[in-house]
Design a protein around this ligand. Structure first.
Ligand SMILES: [Zn+2]
Length: 215
């Protein structure tokens, strides 16, 4: 089996999306690229992950050609591979339907940076991409453009995408984004949330990525 460990990691991340309450039923997608071979493991389309094993994760290349696997890959694999092509430093894309973040996409408002943890992981507000159906011409360009050099984007009236250098980072961002959107929602009920300035957000991001943790 090709990229066995990565397929296992993708399946475990798919389970974790449920554990954290970010998706339900067959919703959401996990997509991760093996940095050495360039092969991509992606969750299959429309399957309940609880019934699946690592070999059921579909392996595709950057041109979406299925290299190994018996199931069709996620229907939006053209978008996941477009993100990985545009951002070669990234190796993972996580898509969920987490309700608080999705609510911001429904009112077409970016998620502002309101907490330190959110600033650490994102460094800039999370933008909303214009709504697109899978068959629309701008299905790929709208989210890729709205993502820019950031680490998350909200698909209009649909749900968030988070990205990372590793699958672990993309998952941390999926959870952190939902928590931040929820905190912002709660704070708006109490008053006017304080929002990080671009300089404050970038400073926290740079500090966290260059100086925090074990070295
Ligand atoms: Zn979705």
């Amino acid at each position: 089996m090709l990229i066995k460990k990565l397929r296992q990691d993708v399946l475990e991340a798919a389970h974790a999306l449920r554990t954290y309450g970010l998706v339900w039923m067959a919703g959401g997608t996990i997509c991760a690229r093996d940095p050495e071979s360039g092969l991509i493991a992606v969750t299959p389309s429309g399957m309940d992950y609880s019934d699946l094993s690592p070999e059921d994760m579909t392996v595709v290349d950057l041109d979406m050609k299925v290299v190994e696997g018996r199931y069709r890959p996620s229907v939006a694999t053209n978008l996941w591979t477009a993100i990985l092509r545009t951002r070669p430093e990234l190796h993972a894309v996580v898509h969920s339907h987490s309700p608080y973040a999705t609510a911001f996409s429904v009112i077409d408002q970016p998620v502002p940076i309101v907490t330190e943890t959110q600033a650490n992981w994102f460094g800039q507000p999370i933008q909303v991409a214009r709504y697109a159906h899978l068959e629309d011409d701008h299905f790929i360009s709208a989210p890729v453009d709205a993502l820019g050099d950031g680490y998350a984007v909200l698909l209009g009236q649909h749900g968030p995408i988070t990205v990372g250098e590793t699958l672990h980072h993309a998952m941390e961002r999926a959870v952190t984004l939902e928590e931040a959107a929820k905190t912002c929602f709660i704070a708006r009920g109490l008053g006017d949330p304080l929002v990080f300035t671009p300089e404050q957000a970038q400073r926290s991001f740079d500090y966290y990525h260059n100086r925090y943790g074990q070295r």
